[in-house]
Write a protein that binds this ligand. Structure first.
Ligand SMILES: Cc1cc2nc3c(=O)[nH]c(=O)nc-3n(C[C@H](O)[C@H](O)[C@H](O)COP(=O)(O)OP(=O)(O)OC[C@H]3O[C@@H](n4cnc5c(N)ncnc54)[C@H](O)[C@@H]3O)c2cc1C
Length: 346
């Protein structure tokens, strides 16, 4: 077999998306993951592709906006080649506004969104009663409806990328020697390893627990209420997430904290009472010290690169991360925003 131009280590959302972006540009690619596809945080249930609030604009918010706007085309191409659905849909999001301060802030953001989102999506304050039954209770009677948020099913996303890569002869291998340029997209384990190599913390893992319910809501907006994401998937299931745990012993266990999340989701959306919980799942998010993605060349290690730090929005960031990394690896173009580099985390 011909030598690979790029070796991707890690078959999560970042690694597989980078492999796909490089392959589309004509590179020969191999993907290596000893634990298998989606065995890290990308193997979960939630899949909210939701924007930051449109205010106090910065490089991270701009990067995320561009990635969310690229998503439809990016995932459609993956689905078309591999024939597997990602469950992607730009179905929007509703957020209840429960006090006067939240309502006032939301109205200010309605104005700032016009500038920052440049007419490509809207952040609207609406009367809850206009939205019918699929609406969380709101103490002020108003909710935010944004038209930028989308959803996808994390596991289907991994399966769709795997299928698209496989059409081009790329299968995820459990072990293989490095060939060509090497990208380390190894999730929170990778952040811990990097911290050891650099002798200081560049990031860590934050555990999250989530649940999947049998509940067919149809093509309706996702909800963000009481700090929880409630995501109606395309396949008749509905995901609820998540806890956020800096200290944990077991990365994959679920406990009473998840039962509390499920109960809070039922309060936020009473329609969910009695829905069957079909899966409980936990994983560990890779959180870089800056909380932004951690991208770029591995300092002082020629031809080695890092793509990590997706934290809570890795699926939303994956299309842009993939293109930026392909620019760097294949064209030698460094389009990485300020604050996203490995050095910024040291
Ligand atoms: C409960 C929960 C809910 C979430 N909800 C959302 C959400 O709604 N929206 C969103 O955008 N994001 C969400 N996230 C975050 C998202 O899942 C992550 O940002 C994303 O999965 C990170 O992808 P990754 O490829 O960087 O890491 P991972 O998916 O962790 O992948 C890393 C891969 O590297 C492999 N690996 C480790 N060591 C090695 C090695 N030495 N060699 C080769 N491979 C190795 C692992 O096996 C793994 O497959 C959530 C996360 C959790 C835990």
């Amino acid at each position: 077999m011909a030598m690979a131009d790029v070796t991707v280590r890690g078959a999560g959302a970042f690694g597989l998306s980078i492999a796909w972006a490089c392959l589309k540009r004509g590179a020969r690619v191999q993907v290596v993951d000893p634990y298998g596809i989606g065995s890290g945080s990308s193997g979960g249930l939630v899949g909210a592709l939701a924007p930051h609030v449109p205010e106090n604009w910065n490089a991270k918010k701009q990067f995320q906006l561009e990635s969310l706007l690229m998503a439809q085309e990016f995932w459609s191409a993956v689905e078309e080649v591999g024939g597997v659905s990602t469950g992607y849909g730009r179905t929007g999001r509703l957020q209840p506004l429960n006090d006067a301060r939240a309502l006032e802030l939301a109205r200010q953001r309605e104005v700032t969104a016009r500038d920052f989102w440049q007419g490509m999506a809207e952040w609207r304050v609406c009367k809850a009663e206009e939205l019918g039954t699929w609406c969380p209770p709101s103490a002020t009677g108003f909710v935010v409806h944004d038209t930028l948020s989308a959803r996808m099913h994390p596991r289907r996303c991994g399966a769709a990328l795997q299928a698209a890569l496989s059409v081009h002869g790329v299968e995820v291998q459990s072990e293989a020697p490095d060939q060509g340029k090497v990208v380390h997209a190894t999730g929170y384990r990778g952040l811990l390893e990097l911290s050891t190599v650099f002798g200081k913390s560049v990031g860590n893992g934050v555990k999250g627990q989530s649940a999947l319910l049998r509940f067919d809501a149809g093509e309706v907006p996702q909800l963000y209420a009481d700090g929880l994401h409630i995501i109606p998937h395309a396949d008749g299931t509905l995901a609820i997430g998540s806890t956020s745990e800096r200290d944990f012993d077991d990365p994959s266990s679920t406990d009473q904290q998840l039962e509390d999340v499920i109960a809070r989701a039922c309060t936020a959306l009473p329609l969910l009472h009695g829905a069957e919980v079909i899966e409980r799942w936990a994983g560990v998010r890779p959180r870089a010290k800056t909380r932004a993605p951690l991208l770029g060349a591995w300092p002082d290690k020629q031809d080695h690169f890092i793509a990590n730090g997706g934290f809570k929005i890795g699926f939303g960031m994956a299309p842009k991360v993939a293109e930026i990394m392909a620019d760097l690896l294949l064209e030698g173009q460094d389009n990485i925003p300020e604050g996203f580099r490995v050095e910024d985390n040291l």
